[in-house]
Design a protein around this ligand. Structure first.
Ligand code: PAF
Length: 290
């Protein structure tokens, strides 16, 4: 596996591969890789000729400085994991490479940011869209792979690709979980032992909602009330940031009755980590409109 820190060298590599008729799959990450990333690398290796991953802790998407300063890092382990999952090139740029001048031009996301993490972390998705615009421009991938754990990010990256006419296909990959249901995340290592024991409740609460939908419930108030009640009873250490039920991928409010694809999403703050999780469910179509 090739390791590159220089954007010009990466561009040249990509252009040579394209001349050979190869397709480029790209997995952007912030490092501290886990099985969630591994699943993206493997999917990329199955569906693209050449797999490029980036590991870059992007300062502009952090709202709390603390979180940026304490973001876990383990480059050696990342290199081993990426290589073992079929990554051909690992791009490890310095901050100065990605941001050569003081944020003279940035990307602003105007839609889908007034809910979920966009609401509680204002400016976060501007940072994500800015760094991805830079990375997509450097890498020129045919396919990009994102995990559904950050479903709002997936929806916004779709809009970014469409808005800027990037000739890129986005492949959204399922959430990878620990055996007790906790969604894999680089931030899980920052949970205290008793918080780690509580954290699987996040997914269980989402399952209460999806179970109700599967059993035929379509009333928004009923669903959200049952999920809220579950968390009131089972989440004591974490502070709930949001519990939302929205249309997906539009991220618009659900009217009283739910149809089409919806998302139930939660974010919880623990002492040193903020965790997010979600489930997406197809509620079928409105029979009365058939
Ligand atoms: O999901 C992430 O890890 C980051 O938001 C991303 C897409 C790598 C951009 O920095």
């Amino acid at each position: 596996m090739l390791q590159l820190a220089d954007s010009a060298a990466l561009r040249e590599f990509v252009r040579n591969q394209k001349k050979l008729g190869k397709t480029i799959g790209f997995v952007p990450t912030m490092g501290y890789l886990h099985e969630g990333h591994a699943s993206l690398f493997k999917k990329a290796a199955e569906t693209s000729d050449v797999v490029i991953a980036s590991s870059f802790v992007n300062p502009t998407q952090f709202v709390e400085n603390d979180d940026y300063d304490n973001y876990p890092k383990d480059n050696k382990r990342d290199v081993r994991l990426a290589e073992s999952c079929g990554v051909n090139v690992l791009f490890l740029p310095e901050v100065e490479t990605i941001y050569p001048n003081e944020q003279q031009v940035t990307v602003k996301v105007n839609d889908k940011t007034d809910v979920l993490c966009g609401k509680s972390r204002p400016g976060h998705f501007d940072g994500v869209a800015t760094v991805l615009t830079k990375l997509f421009t450097i890498v020129e991938p045919n396919y990009v792979y994102f995990g559904m754990k950050d479903a709002q990010q997936v929806a916004i990256v779709h809009s970014l690709i469409k808005s800027f006419h990037f000739p890129i296909t986005l492949i959204a990959c399922p959430i990878i979980r620990e055996t007790d249901g906790l969604a894999k995340s680089s931030r899980n290592v920052r949970l205290l032992p008793n918080e780690r024991r509580e954290a699987p409740e996040l997914y269980k609460g989402l399952q209460v909602g999806s179970e109700k939908i599967r059993n035929g419930e379509r009333n928004f108030d009923q669903i959200i009330a049952s999920v809220r009640r579950y968390y009131e009873l089972h989440v004591q250490l974490g502070v709930i940031d949001y519990i939302e039920v929205l249309n997906y991928p539009e991220l618009t409010r659900v009217k009283d009755k739910m149809y089409g694809r919806i998302i139930i999403a939660i974010a919880v703050r623990y002492s040193n980590a903020r965790l997010i999780d979600n489930v997406t469910i197809d509620c079928g179509h409105d029979e009365s409109e058939a």
